[in-house]
Design a binder for this molecule. Structure first.
Ligand code: ADP
Ligand code: MG
Length: 237
């Protein structure tokens, strides 16, 4: 049946994800293990400690990118304050932004903007997109985060002035394992697009090589509290 087919497809995707996940975690762990071995042999060098910290941070980021798959039972829809979700994500990623000389600026309306959605998943989307923006600005830069609201739509725009992309690259966004980074995994946007789809939202990407990239995510105001679309997610359990 169609249902069985869909389940098989899902299982295949999860298997593929798990393989990528295991690979990504094993690399930093191997490094940590090597350094800890040296530490235990008493050959201590001061910068070993910072290497260990970097690798631990790397694991933390990979794991947070996968929060959505790691916590399938904690998914439930509620009213989500988009302004506070965005500021908490920025707080989380701020140390990396400061280190890379990236300034983050908010352009928020005075009033609160509420989306009926899954808070952890929405956090996930913004984390992945903002993190990509930071990584697109190796010599520093600026990120503008904008919230706009009309009667029909709520949109969140994340704009950077980083390395940008060619149009054929933009077309590949969201494909599993598509990455142009040495230590990338090409899963962040796939996960994010899936979450946005689960929220009946859409994404528009504008990018220009050497100029910067703009991600605009749009949710329908009207779909708020439409019970039919939350079932889309809970069936994952
Ligand atoms: P990863 O970050 O691990 O590479 P993602 O799925 O998050 O995986 O992103 C996939 C690819 O999309 C990146 O490797 C990069 O080439 C491109 N990309 C995403 N966001 C941006 C951006 N803001 N600026 C430039 N390129 C981007
Ligand atoms: Mg990424």
């Amino acid at each position: 049946t169609e249902e069985t087919l869909r389940k098989t497809e899902k299982l295949a995707m999860i298997g593929q994800l798990a393989a990528g996940f295991a690979h990504e975690i094993r690399n930093p762990l191997t490094t940590i293990r090597g350094f800890v071995q040296l530490l235990s042999a008493n050959e201590i060098e001061p910068n070993y400690a910072s290497t260990i910290l970097d690798e631990i941070d790397r694991i933390n980021f990979i794991v947070s990118e996968f929060m959505v798959f790691a916590k399938p039972h904690q998914i439930y829809f509620s009213d989500c304050n988009i302004k506070s979700i965005l500021t908490s994500v920025v707080k989380f990623i701020e140390p990396e932004a400061i280190m890379k000389n990236v300034k983050i600026k908010y352009h928020f309306p005075a009033e609160d903007v509420v989306i009926y959605g899954e808070k952890n998943q929405l956090q996930q989307v913004f984390l992945n997109i903002i993190k990509n923006s930071i990584e697109a600005m190796p010599t520093g830069g600026k990120i503008d985060i904008m919230i706009e609201r009309t009667d029909q739509n709520i949109s969140i725009t994340i704009k950077d002035n980083g390395i940008g992309m060619e149009s054929d690259q933009v077309k590949k966004l969201g494909e599993p394992f598509f990455t142009t980074k040495q230590d990338g995994n090409g899963l962040g946007l796939m996960v994010s697009y899936k979450i946005i789809q689960n929220h009946k939202g859409s994404v528009d990407v504008k990018s220009k090589s050497n100029n910067g990239t703009t991600f605009k995510i749009t949710f329908k105001t009207q779909l708020n509290k439409d019970k039919t679309y939350s079932s889309n997610i809970t069936e994952n359990e």
